[in-house]
Design a protein around this ligand. Structure first.
Ligand code: HEC
Length: 119
């Protein structure tokens, strides 16, 4: 009985949580607001550059992880396809998601990448 109640509660909690995430990402994608370059620059700073820089602050790496530096938006644009694959369409990056990148941020990055293609 208790086990059953517990799993029902867990299910309820899970659906509450995903409900929140969906509501959040809806807010990001609706409204047609353009994503500002600065938001992406600070997103890279927060989630990527510790590993993807000429001199990564992450001590594990002596050179940019995967040979990829994301310190400029030009390089983010250049590797748009790979970044979309790893970060928007999947959560392979940030590696292990140690920086807790959110679904809303991934969608924001996706919108920005779309904007670059539209230009
Ligand atoms: C903890 C370190 C770390 C963080 C943080 C990180 N990466 Fe990576 N990334 C790596 C490593 C290591 C590789 C190389 C993996 C490989 O070649 O299998 C890599 C590879 C990649 C690649 C290249 C894959 C390919 O096609 O060769 C892309 C694109 C990428 N990362 C994007 C990102 C983006 C965007 C972020 C931030 C949202 C990010 N990474 C954050 C460690 C990291």
């Amino acid at each position: 009985m208790w086990n059953h109640t517990r799993s029902v509660l867990a299910g309820l909690l899970a659906s509450l949580l995903t409900g929140c995430v969906n509501a959040q990402s809806m807010a990001e994608t609706t409204g047609g607001n353009k994503v500002d370059d600065r938001e992406i620059a600070s997103m890279m700073e927060k989630h990527c550059i510790s590993c993807h820089a000429a001199e990564p602050s992450n001590e594990i790496y002596a050179a940019p992880a995967g040979g990829l530096s994301l310190e400029t938006l030009a390089s983010v644009r250049e590797f748009a396809w790979e970044i979309r694959l790893q970060t928007v369409d999947s959560d392979l990056m940030p590696l292990g998601n140690t920086t807790d990148m959110t679904q809303a941020e991934r969608e924001q990055l996706g919108s920005w990448l779309n904007q670059q293609e539209d230009q």
